[in-house]
Design a protein around this ligand. Structure first.
Ligand code: NAD
Length: 325
């Protein structure tokens, strides 16, 4: 690989991807396209076939992002022994199953074998770094680097330090993900579910309620979101939106006049659905009706193309000057 024009990435020649599933493959594709060699550690016997097929699937999106994809797999290797896999890497990105004990075991092995300078990050979507690091000798080295699926495409990476994660580790993670072309956001407090997934859960709860109650169908609800708040939130988040909604008085005026009505009239009536049998049957039936005329792969590719077009319009595509030739 030729040298990068992104100075931070000069220090990242080789990465270990632990767990080559959905998230591991996506990170691997992005790292490889950024010129970082990747070694995959995953006990699945068919892991090589799975990863190669997965990389082939995401290659068009990487190319659409302006990243080089020729000979993408030239720097790819596989190593079943975890200690050996991390022995000579600059970054370890762990994407194993979402099980605390397993992640604790994995990281105990990693810290024994990874070089002292290596960035140690877990993609976990719900487990705090503090919990994973309890048995570590150097808990200051571990940080959550939580991507939004798929990591090769969606800009956000939530960086969530544990109680003992050092500021140096947080800064190392922030600089690394930014150099990859991501939009890292450091959380100020360790909370379960982090931020983006908590928001998704809150909104999805109401979505399920509205469909279960028969107010709208899934397709109608999706159309309402993509033609209003979804589109708007891509350019101005909820707080900026309501600051502007408050007119010249901004957010203080909004809270006084509309926010208090929201608190009094809306918050108490928001739904609290469950995934009981009848609700699930309704959701599944409507999903088949609305989305059943294409395979998930086709629908995902279509969504990703539109997502890239939107990112391009918003100027959030990775800066071509930071890619490797
Ligand atoms: N899928 C998402 O939307 C998403 C988004 C952000 C973060 N995450 C997080 O990423 C991680 C992986 O999620 P996923 O969706 O890719 O799961 P996945 O099931 O697709 O992949 C997990 C992989 O880990 C492998 N594995 C099992 N035991 C292992 C071990 N001991 N060592 C190494 N690898 C092992 C499995 O064989 C599998 O290939 C989880 O922590 C999850 O919370 C997932």
């Amino acid at each position: 690989m030729t040298p990068t024009s992104e100075p931070v990435l000069d220090s990242y020649k080789r990465a270990a991807i632990i767990g080559g599933g959905v998230i591991g493959i996506s990170w691997a594709g992005l790292f490889l396209a950024r010129g970082i060699d990747v070694v995959i550690n995953d006990p699945r016997p068919d892991i090589e076939d799975l990863v190669l097929a997965g990389l082939e699937e995401i290659t068009p999106a990487l190319a659409e992002l302006g990243l080089p994809t020729e000979n993408l797999t030239a720097g790819l290797s596989f190593e079943a022994d975890l200690g050996k896999a991390v022995a000579d890497v600059d970054i370890v990105q762990e994407n194993g199953p979402e099980r605390l004990e397993l992640k604790q075991q994995i990281w105990q092995t990693v810290e024994q074998h990874a070089p002292a300078h290596a960035l140690l990050a877990t993609s976990t979507s719900s487990i705090p770094a503090s919990a994973v690091a309890v048995a570590l000798e150097q808990p200051e080295r571990l940080v959550v680097g939580h991507p939004f699926n798929p990591p090769h495409l969606v800009p956000l990476v939530e960086i969530v330090p544990g109680e003992k994660t050092s500021e140096a580790t947080v800064e190392q993670a922030r600089a690394f993900y930014a150099a990859l072309g991501k939009k890292p956001q450091v959380l100020r407090k360790e909370v379960p579910g982090f931020v983006a997934n908590r928001l998704q859960s809150a909104i999805f709860r109401e979505c399920v309620h509205l469909v279960a109650e028969g107010v709208v169908t899934e397709q109608e609800l999706d159309d309402i979101v993509t033609s209003s708040i979804g589109m708007r939130w891509a350019v101005a988040g909820p707080f900026r939106t309501f600051h502007l909604g408050g007119g010249p008085g901004g957010l203080p005026h909004f809270i006084e006049h509309l926010g208090s009505a929201m608190e009094a009239n809306m918050w108490p009536i928001l739904g609290n659905p469950t995934f009981d049998e009848a609700t699930v049957a309704k959701l599944v039936e409507q999903a088949n009706e609305a989305f059943g005329n294409g395979t998930v792969e086709e629908l995902a590719a279509e969504r990703d193309r539109a997502q890239i077009a939107l990112m391009r319009a918003l100027g959030s595509t990775p800066d071509a000057s930071t890619t490797r030739a």
